[in-house]
Design a protein around this ligand. Structure first.
Ligand code: NAD
Length: 502
């Protein structure tokens, strides 16, 4: 039903929203279905640099009033947006499925996450808005949070609704005027977020939808002297560049910018000799190949203790072989497409590198139409091999053998990243040690390592996986706020003279 409805709307044009108006643009880009690139999901108008400057100017004008809007009113807009998303749930999941090639069940979970972000951050701002008071005889001290100003949100395509919504509504609910620059491959879904925020009552200039080329106009927004905060999720390469560029103080700029950058991972699951292998095999397959490995949390290394290595590899290869490769909309599909031709070619290049350095244990035929890459398993991989060190962001899994648990932990921690990690074990001392020594932002014990839920598993990493506090957690909104302390001496000072009474 939703699929039919959405298909009837394919190919429409989506224009940027600047100061409450949909503006026409000189350039447009097609967003296509990765399962079938001939199917155009939408045509997206791309903002020029001059239009980006106009959007910043509009945000600046809108800021004083948005800042003065009570937190409860801002929170109410988020709750309405969450409710509207819930009403349009199956339609939104269908857009996700078609635009970025994600299986419907996972697309639906992503819509739930977006809804959760709206409600969670609404509750959070109400908690923070109370501030802290420290009153003494004759003196009051109020600790209160204020918005920073103008926020630019730069989002990735792989969680096109959850991440774009989460970063955007966090910036908005904290009183910042916010520009959403989505990834080029998921700009149609981002336009839907815009539709929902408008319907929920967001004022003009407070939220603006600014699809644009990341490397040009995105970079221009990052450098803009009137921008206070950049909330970015994406690759390490772009994140590091944004971090460096935002640190440069531009002429007329009177503040330092805050950067939140959530970046990649090279996530490992350790399987020790006491693990329940049925469970471990199944969940490693889900963690590695769900959404074709295109999750920042995906498992791309599995570190297996020597006594069970052979058995585990045999089961892993068999379980993976049973996955169907096909279009995302086919309910029997286990592995869908990757996002575009560039990503496919980059992943295939890594597979060639893997073949040169280690041994391939599984590669399967893929459909001719669409951007498909086979789930691929390499065995006998050395911990220092390229495919065991670099984020591939595709369905490629490196199996690494460890002689003992010490070595397994050392290998697990031996990359530049620290995002997610997992352990399959029934040995209490291993479980306990992993909690202290496995250096990741989100550690999962005896379960799959993807699918974090807002508030239950606040999400984010450290090292080269990012800088900032966890999304969907109690510290997240603090990054969008500036605390101020107001101290007042309230001892009687005499009365101010009233005119005419002297
Ligand atoms: P990407 O870095 O290519 O693009 C992300 C965004 O940055 C896009 O909107 C893009 O247009 C924009 N951009 C590109 N160049 C820019 C520039 N010079 N200045 C400003 N903006 C620019 O990443 P992607 O391919 O969209 O996403 C995949 C990556 O995201 C993976 O590395 C993945 O691990 C990471 N990711 C991390 C998390 C997390 O929570 N840590 C979550 C999802 C994805």
């Amino acid at each position: 039903m939703a699929l039919k409805q959405v298909r009837m709307q394919l190919g429409q044009t989506y224009s940027p929203l600047v100061n409450g108006e949909f503006v026409s643009t000189e350039t447009q880009a097609d967003s296509v279905n990765p399962s079938n690139p001939a199917e155009i999901i939408g045509k997206v108008g791309l903002l020029s640099q001059e239009q980006a400057d106009q959007a910043i100017a509009a945000a600046k004008t809108a800021f004083p009033q948005w800042q003065a809007t009570p937190a409860a009113e801002r929170a109410a807009i988020l709750r309405r947006a969450g409710d509207l998303m819930a009403e349009r749930r199956s339609e939104l999941a269908t857009w996700v499925m078609l635009e970025v090639g994600k299986a419907l069940k996972q697309a639906d979970a992503e819509v739930s996450e977006a809804i959760d972000f709206c409600h969670y951050y609404a509750d959070e701002i109400e908690r923070l808005d109370r501030g802290y008071d420290y009153d003494l005889a004759g003196e009051t001290n109020h600790y209160r949070y204020f918005p920073r100003g103008i926020a630019v949100v730069i989002s990735p395509w792989n969680f096109p609704i959850a991440i774009a919504t989460g970063m955007t509504v966090a910036a908005l609910v904290t009183g910042n005027c916010t520009l959403l620059k989505p990834a080029e491959n998921s700009a149609v879904i981002a336009a839907k977020i815009g539709e929902i925020l408008i319907e929920a009552g967001i004022p003009k200039g407070v939220f603006q939808y600014v699809p644009a080329r990341g490397s040009t106009v995105g970079a221009h927004l990052v450098k803009h002297p009137d921008v206070h905060l950049i909330a970015f999720t994406g690759s390490r390469e772009v994140g590091c560049q944004i971090y460096a560029e935002a640190a440069q103080v531009q002429p007329t700029q009177k503040h330092l910018k805050r950067v939140i950058a959530e970046m990649g991972g090279k996530n490992a699951i350790i399987v020790d000799e006491s693990a329940d292998l049925d469970q471990a095999t199944q969940r490693v397959v889900t963690s590695a190949f769900g959404y074709s490995g295109q999750k920042c949390s995906a498992c791309s290394r599995v570190i297996v203790l020597a006594p069970i290595y052979e058995t585990f590899v045999r089961r892993l290869v068999e379980a993976t072989r049973s996955l169907n490769i096909g279009p995302a909309e086919d309910p029997s599909t286990g592995v869908g497409p990757v996002i575009d031709a560039k990503a496919r070619d980059r992943i295939l290049q890594y597979i060639e590198t893997g073949k040169a350095q280690s041994q391939i244990a599984l590669e399967m035929p893929v459909p001719a139409t669409g951007y498909f890459v086979s789930p691929t398993i390499f065995i006998e991989v050395a911990a220092t091999d390229t495919i065991a060190q670099e984020e591939i962001f595709g369905p490629v899994l490196a199996v690494i053998k460890a002689e003992n648990f010490d070595q397994a932990l050392e290998i697990a921690n031996g990359t530049d990243y620290g995002l997610t990690g997992g352990l399959y074990s029934r040995t209490p001392s291993h479980i306990e040690r992993s909690q202290r020594e496995f250096a990741v932002g989100n550690l999962y014990i005896n379960r799959n390592i993807t699918g974090a839920i807002v508030a239950r598993q606040p999400f984010g990493g450290f090292k080269m996986s990012g800088v900032g506090s966890k999304a969907g957690g109690p510290d997240y909104l603090l990054q969008f706020l500036e605390p101020r302390v107001i101290t007042e001496n309230i001892q009687r000072q005499g009365f101010a003279p009233i005119e005419g009474m002297e």
